[in-house]
Design a protein around this ligand. Structure first.
Ligand code: ADP
Length: 484
């Protein structure tokens, strides 16, 4: 096993990628395995000067890259897709080692990441403008879709390969150069992906990767410089607010994929078997560490107790352990802070009178493990109903009718996704229309797909990633007025 792990870790080159060269920095920091708390590897801790050098490289490459034939850009993405699929097992193991998720889920993440490379390779040759006769016929209008320019892409640790691919692929498709800053917990997957894109033929300077423990210093320095024309960020709403205000200084375009507080609604006409299956997926995918994770289960009063009991039985049967072990379905949380937050939210709900149906505790010993947990009778004031839990804890609450369910679902500053289980078509449409979210899972516990527009409303974000919309955030429209 150790040999396989070493090989997977070796996918990430030593150093960071700046202007086509893998370089070191004056300092380094450790990347830990959250299941063992042991150091896996060290990566460079880049300074602001390193970052500005990477920005120089991205700017130097921008014009040539924008002029590179779309077919060539598409072919690079397609070659990277083929290479990533061929190396699924190694990439999956690398993600499991640094992030903790079970191997089967890591393989699914690699497939999801690869899908973005393929999808945007298919979109690259289809970037079209418009031509029109202006209404008074004295001029013509032409629109051109231009790459927005050098981009700064900041990614989170929960899907380290897929979140990087979801930003890098449309930037490549659109003809933008970029700086990528992965989360400090999981930089290895991104470094490995950068290497793979390099091998697929991506020219020097188009993609630069920086790792740092001081993003709060590096990112404002990059944005102040003025040459970054777009910031794309996936992470917490708190950091998203800060970045949005920093981007305002140079009016850089922003795309934000922020936190969620997804309601999972089960109506009394729902197929309860399907609802429980969907709930397990929506709650436990990635050990609950997903912005799309179902955060609260609102269930029709007549079926709430049965639903909670069945969900508890399913979660109680899920093996917890290091993601590399066969049969493990629940990995560790990313770090001690994440585990402590889940523990504190659970304690708060119990103090307010919730009933524990299964789980409830952090596991002793090494690794940031928390038991899959189901709570019923959670009081409306409990913090876990209003904050992102980001862990394997499911609060179940009863509702009396459709109107009450919709009001409860929308009672949050977030608006990323909602899940709805009902067999009544009219109700499904009615409820979907009234939910204040960017996405709805209808009788389905997962929505993510490279071909669909992922994103939120309210304080869950701005912009869409994936789908036909995904490339728009990396293009700006130039209008040419033509005299005739
Ligand atoms: P989480 O709390 O789940 O770790 P964060 O929003 O803190 O989510 O992190 C998401 C990404 O944002 C990571 O790449 C992290 O390094 C980066 N980040 C965190 N704080 C800042 C900041 N002040 N400025 C810029 N980037 C930041």
């Amino acid at each position: 096993m150790i040999d396989i792990e070493q090989r997977a870790l070796g996918l990430a080159p030593a150093g960071v990628l700046v202007g086509g060269r893998w370089t070191s920095a004056d300092a380094a920091f450790a990347v830990l395995d959250p299941a063992t708390e042991q150091t896996l590897r060290e990566v460079p801790d880049c300074s602001n000067e390193d970052a500005l050098r990477a920005l120089d490289a991205a700017c130097a490459a921008q014009q040539t890259w924008a002029a590179t034939p779309p077919r060539r850009r598409a072919d690079i993405l397609r070659a990277a897709y083929d290479a990533l699929v061929a190396r699924t097992d190694d990439f999956a193991l690398l993600a499991t080692l640094e992030m903790g998720k079970p191997l089967a889920e890591a393989r699914a993440e690699v497939a999801y990441a690869a899908d973005f490379l393929r999808w945007f390779s298919e979109e690259t040759p289809r970037i079209h403008g418009r031509y029109a006769v202006l209404p008074n016929a004295d001029a013509r209008m032409l629109t051109m879709r231009m790459p927005v320019g050098p981009c700064l892409l900041i990614t989170p640790w929960n899907f380290p390969i897929a979140m990087a691919a979801r930003k890098i692929a449309p930037a490549i498709a659109a003809g933008c150069t970029m700086l990528v800053k992965p989360a400090e917990q999981t930089p290895l997957s991104t470094l490995a992906l950068a290497r793979l894109l390099e091998e697929a033929g991506l020219p020097a300077g188009v993609l630069n990767v920086l790792t740092t423990t001081k993003p709060e210093q590096m990112v404002p320095a990059l944005l102040r410089d003025g040459r970054i024309r777009k910031l794309s960020f996936t992470g917490s709403t708190a950091v998203g607010r800060i970045l949005m205000s920093q981007a305002a200084g140079t009016v850089a375009r922003v795309s934000l994929e922020l936190g969620g507080n997804a309601p999972f609604l089960v109506f009394d006409d729902a197929d309860l078997d399907a609802a429980v299956d969907g709930a397990v997926l929506a709650k436990m995918r990635n050990t609950g560490e997903a912005c799309t994770a179902a955060n609260r289960f609102h269930v029709a009063a007549g079926v709430a107790e049965e639903f909670a009991q069945r969900l508890a039985a399913r979660l109680a049967a899920m093996p917890v352990g290091r993601g590399t072990e066969p049969g493990v379905e629940v990995g560790p949380l990313i770090d001690g802070a994440a585990r402590d937050k889940v523990e504190q939210l659970t304690g708060d709900a119990l103090e307010r009178g919730a009933r524990l149906l299964t789980g409830g505790k952090a596991l002793p010993g090494k690794g940031f493990f928390f038991e899959p947990t189901v709570l019923s009778g959670v009081a409306p004031g409990a913090a876990m109903l209003h904050e992102e839990i980001f862990g394997p804890v499911a609060p179940v609450l009863p509702f009396a009718g459709e109107e009450e369910a919709i009001l409860a679902a929308n009672d949050t500053e977030y608006g990323l996704v909602a899940y709805v289980y009902t067999r009544d078509l009219q109700r499904a449409m009615r409820v979907s229309e009234r939910l204040d979210t960017g996405m709805v899972g209808l009788n389905r516990g997962i929505v993510s797909n490279a071909a669909a527009p992922f994103g939120g409303v309210k304080q869950s974000g701005i912009g869409r990633e994936g789908g036909a919309e995904g490339i728009d955030d990396y293009l700006s429209t130039k209008y040419v007025a033509i005299a005739v």
